[in-house]
Design a protein. Structure first.
Length: 169
């Protein structure tokens, strides 16, 4: 019990000031030691480890910068390729549409030519040609084009078809 009573008699402010002075002295000694080692050009284990860590961070930073630069170049190249592909798809689509229009136009005009030559045609051929003409008009409308080549052929086809329906096939 005497020990506990003895602890209550301690001078706490003195103890705290002493501890503070002791820690300040240790810090000053450590700083002095560090300064001396630096002045002599010596390298301790912890200094070498700190330098290696710094070098590693610096190298990682350079690698990340190079990687980011390469990524940006790759993205620019990718965007350029996407634009080229998009342009090629548009050109191919336009070529396909042009071919479809030309094929339908040829089929309608060829059927009209067969009729004008007097060749026999059945009802299914007329219906097919009329259906092709409807698709032809729809494609022209969707692509903002005008029909100027098959109107006369369709007039001949429609007139002949009406005549055949009246007279019988």
């Amino acid at each position: 019990m005497e020990e506990i009573v003895g602890l209550t008699d301690l001078d706490v402010p003195f103890l705290l000031v002493s501890l503070f002075i002791l820690l300040s002295g240790a810090k000053t000694l450590w700083s002095l030691l560090e300064w001396t080692v630096n002045q002599l050009g010596l390298e301790t284990k912890w200094m070498r480890k700190r330098r290696e860590e710094y070098d590693l961070v610096a190298q990682t930073s350079r690698n990340l910068a190079a990687l980011q630069e390469r990524h940006e170049k790759d993205m620019a190249r990718s965007d350029q390729r996407d634009e080229e592909i998009s342009g090629n798809i548009k050109r191919l689509t336009q070529l396909f549409i042009d071919k479809e229009i030309d094929d339908m136009r040829w089929e309608i005009n060829n059927f009209a030519a067969r009729l004008s030559e007097g060749r026999p045609c059945n009802k299914d051929s007329f219906q097919h040609c009329i259906h092709i003409y409807e698709k032809y008009e729809k494609i022209l409308e969707e692509n903002n084009r005008e029909n100027g080549e098959v109107e006369l052929s369709m007039e001949l086809i429609n007139d002949t078809y009406k005549q055949k329906l009246i007279n019988g096939f």
